[in-house]
Design a protein around this ligand. Sequence first.
Ligand code: IMP
Ligand code: MG
Length: 174
Amino acid sequence: MDVTVGKILFTEEQIRERAKALAKKINEDYKGESVYLVGTLRGALVWMADLMKELELNTEIDFIVASSYQGTDTTGVVTIKKDIEGDVSGKNVIIVEDIVDTGTTLFKLLDYFKGRGAKSVEICSMLNKPSRRRAPVSPKYNGFEIDDLFVIGYGLDYNQKFRNLPYVGVAELR
Ligand code: IMP
Ligand code: MG
């Protein structure tokens, strides 16, 4: 199958503007505290870079690689392929995600970090597809809501390609 970029949904400027606005909220919400950002590789890389530069809090960063496949159970099975390297106990974890789709991955990750003693766990996602939700997850911080479209760019891939595009566009399959 051939894939090309169709309509551009969000430009770099628009995305950075949202990152800035959300970072401002985070700066207020966690005033006087530290945050521990956990980026989900590989998709969240670009969004996380935008977000962290706007934070004025004591900030640590870490990364996790999780993959999910939909089983018969509504929440599916999530495997952690690369764990975080630091200790989140007593910390304010913010999971930085590229896109919340079914919510399967994040549902498990929320539980995972709580189980490891995090003081708090929230989600900061660049994109959200609420119409696809299967697990009860809603990001406290969210860049943009989109319809049920497959999107690429700004970290998001189709078969590992297009992550480098400096905008989010709709994937056109032909
Ligand atoms: P969830 O567990 O179904 O919420 O899976 C979310 C993950 O699926 C995201 O972190 C992405 O890596 C991937 N994903 C979901 N929708 C898209 C899309 O439209 N484009 C690219 N990747 C997507
Ligand atoms: Mg992801």
